[in-house]
Design a protein around this ligand. Structure first.
Ligand SMILES: Cc1cc2nc3c(=O)[nH]c(=O)nc-3n(C[C@H](O)[C@H](O)[C@H](O)COP(=O)(O)OP(=O)(O)OC[C@H]3O[C@@H](n4cnc5c(N)ncnc54)[C@H](O)[C@@H]3O)c2cc1C
Length: 532
């Protein structure tokens, strides 16, 4: 009979490490599992030097104890977290992508499956996905989820492998061979296009995704150098990303200096000549994609006047009473703001935020953009009419959605919908059939498409993690044979300790400037600071 003993080792417990040794010796003396396996203490939180000496003490060459894969001691006594009577191997699960979906799924799996280990493989040397590289710098409260993710990452049965790209450094097949289950959560790193002529060539058209990555310090994005020397910026789209971008362009620089906006972006924004930001949507005020919270923030921006077009609101007031509560409150706020609008509209010495409805992108020209005037159908779809309007646009920011890509040829990816083909998170086999790939799952934006906020992502990730647990319990995933897990080889891997070093470096650099952190934007520098 095999006995697997899980022990977690917290740093505060190091003083009692000798007890671990005694415990191991006691096991040896009592012949507990003597002939059945390898005693494998994974003491992850020790300094490399101490780790080595303990590893030497604990690895029993004669394969005496079995698979004690993590240690957990309280200062008072060794705590046997879980003693299982099982013939199954440790269940090895790999998660690709260290964003919210990856961390929430890991949290669920570690809690529900006491005999699993979770490895997170992440393309960048740093974790947290769009929480670090998407969420606006002036919304630090949203980034508090990082504390939860950090707790999960420091779980003794989780390993973080930063600087490993699926499809480049490791293939899906390799991961599937090395793990019982693989969960893909690598998000969405492309953007949807307007499908207009010269959209790709025109130097003054950039995607909001790239602009967001630029001010948030995604490695490589510092090359963008958006031209902020013109007066008018036109943002195509009215969702939360579009509003974030508008706010970043119109916020006082002294406010932004207190955030983790990258230094080069602060310098460019301080020099910015942008005075008017147009936020253009295809549909009407009743279909506005921004939330009341996002609108309130815009209305409160100092020295920024919000300018509505009265014509966009024809017949809107009459419909307010019929609306559901959140939509009603948002519409009432827009109408109130419209009612308070100053005349003439131009703000003295100030900037302007100009939400514009019922306009669909038609053509791009130098310093301006042509929009078709749209009409709403009964199903609320916007249809372009013959009429059009030109808006000034020294810079055009396309903000009509992110898009996932196919990271590995082995993934059954739907390029039209921009997500991995799946049924409730179980990845489908290629072809017409409804059969699933055993042990392969998808969650987060890669599963649902790029919609929803962190909370939505969390709920989806928990649901898929539960599916994994169910499939393991029902033996739909074969966990009978042992799997080796990820083998980094000579690759420069950033583990959690390495990220801790980067984190500390960034926090200290930020402190000196009164910012929460100064992000490192060079991958090479990240690797150096991580010590790899
Ligand atoms: C601009 C912007 C602002 C937002 N603001 C908010 C907000 O204020 N509040 C809120 O609740 N939500 C916000 N969201 C939504 C939130 O960010 C998403 O719901 C969430 O990040 C989706 O999580 P995910 O794990 O699916 O993807 P991601 O967060 O994108 O994580 C995917 C991870 O996979 C990694 N990866 C990519 N390719 C590979 C590969 N080939 N191999 C290995 N790893 C890979 C990426 O580096 C990344 O770390 C915002 C989104 C955006 C775009």
């Amino acid at each position: 009979m095999l006995a697997a003993v899980n022990l977690n080792l917290a740093p505060s417990c190091w003083p009692v490490l000798p007890h671990v040794q005694n415990f191991a010796l006691a096991c040896e003396r009592s012949h507990l599992a003597l002939c059945f396996g390898l005693c494998h203490f994974s003491i992850t939180k020790l300094s490399p030097k101490t780790n080595m000496s303990f590893t030497r003490s604990f690895v029993y060459s004669r394969h005496k104890l079995l698979n004690i894969y993590s240690c957990n001691l309280s200062t008072s006594a060794i705590k046997y977290q879980n003693v299982q009577q099982s013939t199954a191997a440790v269940k090895r699960i790999c998660i690709v992508g260290a964003g919210p979906a990856g961390f929430y799924a890991a949290q669920y799996l570690l809690k529900q499956l006491s005999d699993c280990t979770v490895d997170i493989v992440e393309k960048l040397p740093v974790p947290f996905g769009l929480v670090r590289f998407g969420v606006a710098p002036d919304h630090p409260e949203v980034k508090n989820v990082i504390n939860t993710f950090t707790k999960t990452a420091e779980h003794p049965r989780l390993r973080f492998f930063g600087n490993v790209t699926l499809g480049e450094d490791v293939s899906l097949q390799e991961l599937r061979d090395r793990y019982h289950a693989v969960l893909l959560t690598y998000g969405a790193d492309q953007d949807r296009e307007l499908q207009l002529d010269n959209e790709r060539q025109a130097p003054h058209v950039i995607s909001a995704r790239k602009f967001v990555a630029w001010y948030n310090g995604l490695p490589g994005a510092e090359q963008l150098q958006p031209d902020l020397s013109g007066r008018d910026v036109t943002i195509v789209g009215q969702g939360n990303v579009a509003v974030d971008v508008a706010r970043m362009l119109l916020s006082p620089i002294d406010t932004l200096k207190l955030t983790d906006t990258t230094e080069y972006a602060l310098e460019a924004l301080a020099r910015s000549k942008v005075e008017r930001v147009h936020l253009v949507g295809r549909r009407g005020p009743l279909q506005a994609a921004f939330t009341i919270k996002e609108l309130r923030e815009m209305l409160k921006l100092p020295n920024v006047e919000t300018c509505w077009r009265a014509a966009d609101f024809t017949g809107i007031a009459e419909q307010v009473d019929k609306l559901q509560r959140p939509r009603r409150r948002l519409t009432e706020l827009m109408l109130k703001s419209l009612g308070e609008q100053r005349k003439p509209r131009a703000a003295a010495n100030g900037k302007q935020f100009l939400p514009i409805f019922l306009r669909a992108p038609k053509a791009i020209a130098a310093n301006e953009m042509e929009f078709s005037i749209t009409e709403l159908q009964e199903n609320e779809a916007a249809v372009a009419t013959e009429a059009s309007e030109r808006l000034p646009a020294d810079l055009i920011l396309r903000s009509i959605g992110y898009k996932s890509s196919c990271a590995d040829a082995g993934i059954n990816f739907d390029p039209k919908r921009g997500h991995v083909c799946n049924r409730q998170g179980r990845v489908l086999k290629p072809g017409e059939s409804d059969a699933v790939e055993p042990g392969l799952y998808v969650a987060g934006w890669l599963c649902t498409g790029p919609t929803g906020v962190i909370l939505t992502t969390m709920n989806g990730a928990f649901a898929v993690a539960k599916t994994i647990c169910d499939d393991i319990a029902n033996k739909a995933v074969d966990t009978a044979s042992a799997k080796p897990g990820f083998e980094p080889g000579s690759r420069r891997i950033v583990n959690w300790e390495g990220w801790r070093r980067i984190d500390q470096h960034e926090s200290e650099a930020g402190k000196a400037k009164g910012k929460p952190r100064e992000k490192i934007v060079s991958t090479e520098q990240m690797l150096r600071i991580a010590g790899v």
